[in-house]
Every structure is written in C-alpha cells, then in structure tokens.
Design a protein around this ligand. Structure first.
Ligand SMILES: NC(=O)c1ccc[n+]([C@@H]2O[C@H](COP(=O)([O-])OP(=O)(O)OC[C@H]3O[C@@H](n4cnc5c(N)ncnc54)[C@H](O)[C@@H]3O)[C@@H](O)[C@H]2O)c1
Length: 344
C-alpha cells in the first residue's frame, strides 16, 4: 500500500544512517517529500541522492540552536511548509558505571537526545501549526522503560523523551498537532555496537537473550511504525509511546533472571503474569465500555493456552522458589489494581 503519506512535507533528523534513514526511505516510498537533517553532511547527501528528487539533505547539528534555526529556514524554503517532524537523531552511551561517565559525554547525550527536541519544537511549531494534519514523532527507546545497567544516562535521556512526548501531546492537542514516540528495542544499526560494548558473537547473544521475540529490530520495523504514526490513519493517536518488538516481557524476564531462577521458572512465571495482566486488561476494557466481542473472543481463546503453558512450566521446574512466584503474583495484582483504579 503506497501513498499513505502522499503530499506530506517532513523533516527527519539523523536520517543519514540507521533508523532515520529507514524512516526517510519509507516516507518517500509513501509519497512524502523529506528533508534529511544530519550533522554528517556527506552521509546525509548520499542518503538524499539514493532517495531521488523527493529527498533533500541539510547539514545540521540538532544540539545547536543556531544550526536548528537555519535548518528550519532552509527546510521551509525547500518544502514550502511542514507537516511532519521526526526527532530521530540520537547518541548512545557505551556501558560505563554511572558515576564514571565523564561530564562532557553526559552533556553531549543530554544535548542531542533531549535539548534537540526543545530546539526543533521551538523552530518548527509555527509551520506545523499551519499544517492541516501535523505530527511530531520522537524516537525514544525501550531503554526509557526497561533500563539496562551500565547505560544509566542514556536510559534516563530516553525516559525524558517519553515524558516530553506525553506532555507535548497534551499541550499541542488543541492546536491539532499530534505527538507520539516509538520505543525501539535494540536495533541493527551502527549504534548497536556502542550499547553492547563491542559487537562480538558473545555480546550479541547476551543482548538477544533478553529480547522475547529473539531478534534485533531493523530500520524497516521502525519505519513501518513511523509511517503509521505520521499518517492520517493515526489521526486520533497522540501521546503514545509505541514499543516496537514486544519487549514488554523484558522487564519481568530480566528481573526473574536476576533472581537466579531456571529458564523454565522464568518462562512459567512471566507467562502466568502475562495471562493475569490480560485478565486485568479485559476487566478494564469492560469498565470503560471498550470490550467488544472480537476482543473478548481473541483474549479468552489465548488465556487457557497461556495458563496451561504457565502451569506446565511451573510443574517442570521443581526447584522454583514458591515465595518468589507468590511475591511476583502479588506485585502484578497490585499493578493490576492500580491500572483498574486509573481506568486504563
Ligand atoms: N540502534 C538501537 O539499538 C536503538 C534502540 C533504541 C533507540 N534508538 C534510537 O534511535 C535513534 C536512531 O539511532 P540509530 O540506531 O539509527 O543510530 P545511528 O548511529 O545509525 O544514526 C544516528 C544518526 O544521527 C546522527 N546524529 C547524531 N548526532 C547528531 C546531531 N547532533 N545532529 C544531527 N544528527 C546527529 C548521526 O550522524 C547518524 O546519522 C536514536 O535516537 C537512538 O537513540 C536506537
């Protein structure tokens, strides 16, 4: 299905590489015209050349106010207006104990991953406000919700992006500017080696073991989500931080692995928790009048399978400490109760 972004005018930051390049390519394929804004001028120009007439490269350091202001002027001159702003440019942190990261690196992470979103908003909001269907998309990370040790300041910067996304969405809703985020799980881009502390079969295996779907995300995965969130199909979607790659089980899995349970124990417990949260979700849907027949049937069909899997895994693992299992169930019940109280 092509043409989902027909006639849209977009800026994608950090689009010379990785996810940003994938997003720019998908936007062009769906009919948008795209400004590739990257501090790597040569790579940005090469990416624009590959994408043809619908793409245009502008060299820009998104952490620098004057550079972002210049980007705004040049992009508007080329695009003739602005409908979509994708804040994708970001920098990683190599695994470092939190107190040992040097101040210059901290400041750089804060400037590129956080301050840039303020700078591009300041520059682009007037043009976005004039668009009939404006959207901002921030590329955050699963690191913002499921932090990994050794990456504290990167994790925190992405949690900030998720918070900023929600706050921007609320404030900009009356102006009909939608603001969403994508939380990619670890992805196949040049940045991956930094997170892993080097790209070796061992570091890859360690990271993959923590991704429930068993593979890294790709620029195509993130681009598919980006196209949807920036298209008119998502006309009423705002304030959402969509996780790409089903990494929700990651938190529970990592926690339980840390307790020294066997794989069977972890799988059994995580599956049982998933089944329980599904039940809580159904009650929540019912309370807000959202429980349609297809949702109910789909969820009820999957529940017995999940519970049977959890029970079998539990039986298979005789040494599973009962206490850890029970504590985890109590924790999830409390979380479920909080979710019900909040009506979500
Ligand atoms: N790769 C992953 O595992 C992963 C996971 C979750 C989130 N993310 C996020 O996805 C986004 C894209 O990362 P990627 O993996 O494609 O990385 P990448 O290194 O392949 O691409 C990042 C791009 O941003 C550009 N850039 C960096 N600093 C900039 C600046 N100051 N001004 C302008 N451009 C700048 C770089 O030149 C590069 O082209 C980042 O925000 C990153 O934090 C990545």
């Amino acid at each position: 299905m092509a043409g989902r972004l027909l006639g849209k005018r977009a800026i994608v930051t950090g689009a010379a590489s990785g996810f940003g390049r994938g997003i720019a390519a998908a936007f062009v394929a769906e009919g948008a015209r795209v400004v590739i804004a990257d501090r790597n001028a040569a790579a940005g120009a090469a990416a624009a050349r590959d994408l043809g007439d619908a793409a245009h490269a502008i060299a820009c350091d998104v952490a620098d106010a004057a550079s972002v202001a210049a980007l705004g002027q040049q992009a508007l001159a080329w695009l003739g207006g602005l409908d979509l702003l994708v804040n994708n440019a970001g920098v990683a942190q190599r695994p470092t104990p939190l107190a040992e990261l040097d101040e210059a690196t901290f400041d750089h992470i804060a400037a590129v991953n956080m301050k840039a979103i303020y700078l591009t908003a300041r520059t682009c909001l007037p043009a976005l406000a004039a668009s009939p269907a404006a959207a901002i998309l921030n590329i955050a990370s699963t690191a913002g919700v499921s932090p990994r040790p050794g990456l504290v300041w990167y994790n925190a910067s992405k949690a900030w992006v998720i918070g900023a996304t929600r706050a921007m969405a609320i404030e900009l809703a009356p102006a009909r500017i939608r603001v969403n985020a994508i939380n990619p799980v670890a992805g196949e881009t040049p940045m991956l080696a930094d997170f892993m502390g080097g790209d070796t079969p061992e570091t890859r295996a360690r990271f993959l073991a923590s991704i429930p779907m068993g593979r890294f995300s790709t620029p195509a995965d993130i681009a598919a989500a980006a196209v949807y969130l920036c298209s008119d199909e998502a006309a009423l979607v705002t304030g959402v931080a969509s996780t790409v790659a089903h990494s929700g089980g990651l938190v529970v899995g990592l926690y339980l692995l840390g307790t020294g349970l066997s794989t069977a124990g972890v799988v059994a417990t995580a599956t049982a928790l998933y089944a329980l949260t599904n039940l809580v979700k159904l009650v929540g849907y019912w309370r807000i009048g959202f429980l349609t027949a297809p949702v109910l049937v789909a969820d009820l069909l999957v529940l017995p399978v999940l519970l049977a899997g959890a029970w079998l895994g539990y039986r298979a693992h005789r040494r599973l400490p009962r206490r850890a299992f029970e504590l985890a169930l109590i924790a999830i019940a409390l979380a479920g109760a909080a979710r019900l109280l909040l009506g979500s």
